[in-house]
Design a binder for this molecule. Sequence first.
Ligand code: P6P
Length: 339
Amino acid sequence: MTDGKIGINLTRHIFEKQREYPEATGELTGILNQIAFAAKIVSREVNKAGLVEILGLTGDKNIQGEEVQKLDDFANEVFINILAKSGHFCVLASEEVPDVIPIPDGYISGHYSIAIDPLDGSSNIDVNVNIGTIFSIHRRTSEGEKGCADDLMQAGRKQVAAGYVVYGSSTMLVMSTGNGVHGFTLDPSVGEFLESHPDIQIPSRGKTYSINEGNYPYWSGGVRHYIDHLKKKDKESGTPYGARYIGSMVADMHRTLLKGGIFMYPADNKDPKKPHGKLRLLYECAPMAFLCEHAGGAASTGTGPVLDVVPTELHQRVPFFAGSTEDVRELERFIADYD
Ligand code: P6P
């Protein structure tokens, strides 16, 4: 650091902003540090994944004779083991697990619930594309010793914290507790996440759109008209929007948070089993929507704020449009006019 600053880590960041954080309690610092701890372990394995082939694998065992787990199973086990035994949570949910995950007997049932996507975009690992972990934290609402699904299935606007870890050229943790959105970059040499992107603000309008155009025939009329509109020359600037689509939500949303524009996963009629699109509300769309709104952006189902949707199923899916406010509002107008 040129100015002699050692760097602000996660704990010091929250401590220094103690006054501003509505949820600033020692417990919240503890929670975020446990998430950071799990993320460091997953980051180490993700960054090694490419080497696994080079090191040579014999069937299901690596050269040390250890069981080789699929990385998403590994990430799921790491996050669940660390978080379930942390004493902070009364119940968990994971993209990898059909039902709610209870706190193991003998461990404290805490004041919060957490929903996670332990390794989103894991199908991109073998082509070395950025992947990520997404988390959403609510205050428990149920009485009694053990938590239950009600503690998880609350409207996204009630989240006390949300964020993601993106495993890429560097490992970054981006989070919000409702008072700004802040990014921390892992310095592997000291094993600390150091503040690198304080107070992230999404530009009010962007110049890129992010969507899987292969699904064009299956979208509603409103979405198709909107995409066609983006490709027309813009009267003022004369340039149409650029297209950016990585196919890994954390990577696409990270770019959208930092640069603006709009990321979309609309409902489509491609798969009758998924009439509301592909992305999950509890541990993908609600946490990302929380970050977008607290970074000055917007996140919509196309007809209303994602954060106002009250979940009815643990793994329910919702249409998702998020990023620069002006872009999201324009999309909503096309849906209102053409759907
Ligand atoms: P498609 C990854 O599999 C994922 O769940 C998200 O990370 C990503 O945004 C989306 O699916 C990509 O889906 O249908 O475009 O391949």
